[in-house]
Design a protein around this ligand. Structure first.
Ligand SMILES: Nc1ncnc2c1ncn2[C@@H]1O[C@H](COP(=O)(O)OP(=O)(O)OP(=O)(O)O)[C@@H](O)[C@H]1O
Length: 296
């Protein structure tokens, strides 16, 4: 179990911002940190990893103090059994993909763990290449593979799938879910992707300006405006074609998640004025058919 009560003053764009956190994550839980850019999500992960020191407070993991300002305890990153994938990937530039993964093996462990991860991450063909020759998405997969080779107790993931194309993203989020369960990991995931959060998260912590402002299930936090008594769906606008007074829309349903999630709908051209691809929509099923509106 992770328990973290810390304060840290950060230099935000608009001046000083106090990161003030009091959170607990149970063993085996997968929790998502969700919130706008600059809310302090990455800084929270960096404090857990030992890369950023709080000014006051405590971090305890499974009963052991990792940080305690009053007692003068601050374990270095190497003594915290954490695997992390940060936005800059932090791969060793002078090592090949395979060497980057091998470096994360514990002493005396077989190379087969490296081969296994290369295989699952679909990186086998790139094993001999250096990070600089890889795309962002490939580097992201190497970073994820390296974090898992380490066999951590705690996995910290800062938008680990954001640079991947949609189909690879889906495959790897399935794998992530399996690893989290089968390896008994405790995972903290920073994500903005509704589908990813709905699929993976047990609980969402919403952060704003350095504080946790709401916690709840993915549905409660992502879609608080959905009315329980009516049949509604949340969807992303994929395309819109207007002909005369009628707009034809293609949308991808993100909640509830359907196996066949793409729909084609029509609406009055006036209704969709100003809508853009990528906008989130709410589709409400009514006696007369359906009603579409933009999600506020
Ligand atoms: N070491 C540091 N010292 C002081 N301020 C920092 C430090 N690291 C980050 N900050 C500032 O703290 C604020 C929060 O940054 P952080 O990266 O934690 O936000 P975030 O929620 O992860 O944002 P994003 O979604 O854009 O990654 C930013 O304004 C940043 O400039």
């Amino acid at each position: 179990m992770i328990s973290l009560q810390v304060r840290k003053s950060l230099n935000a764009a608009g001046g000083e911002m106090l990161l003030q956190l009091d959170l607990r994550v149970e063993r085996g839980e997968l929790v998502t940190l969700y919130g706008p850019s600059g809310a302090g999500k990455t800084s929270t992960l960096r404090m857990l990893a030992g890369l950023l020191s709080p000014q006051s407070g405590q971090i305890r993991v499974n009963g052991k103090a990792w940080f305690d300002a009053e007692a003068g305890i601050n374990l270095p990153p190497g003594q915290r059994n954490i695997g992390y994938v940060f936005q800059d990937y932090a791969l060793f530039p002078n090592m090949t993909v395979r060497e980057n993964l091998r470096f994360a093996l514990r002493k005396g462990e077989a190379d087969s763990k490296v081969d296994e991860q290369l295989d699952v991450m679909e990186l086998g063909a790139l094993a001999g290449q250096k990070p600089a020759t890889l795309s962002g998405g490939q580097q992201q997969r190497v970073a994820l593979a390296r974090a898992l080779v380490q066999q951590p107790d705690i996995l910290l993931l800062d938008e680990p799938l954001s640079a991947l194309d949609p189909s690879l993203r889906r495959r790897l989020s399935d794998h992530l879910q399996q690893w989290h369960r089968s390896l008994g990991l405790t995972t903290i995931l920073v994500s903005h992707d509704s589908r990813e959060i709905l699929q993976l998260a047990d609980r969402v912590l919403e952060m704003r300006e350095g504080k946790i402002v709401r916690t709840g299930s993915p549905q409660e936090i992502l879609f608080p405006d959905l009315k329980a008594a009516t049949l509604q769906m949340v969807a992303t606008l994929l395309s819109v074609i207007i002909r005369d007074d009628t707009a034809t829309l293609e949308v991808a349903v993100s909640y509830p998640v359907w196996p066949q999630a793409q729909l084609r709908l029509t609406a009055a051209a006036d209704t969709v004025a100003g809508w853009q691809v990528g906008d989130e929509l709410i589709i409400e099923l009514t006696d007369a058919g359906y009603k579409i509106g933009q999600r506020r």
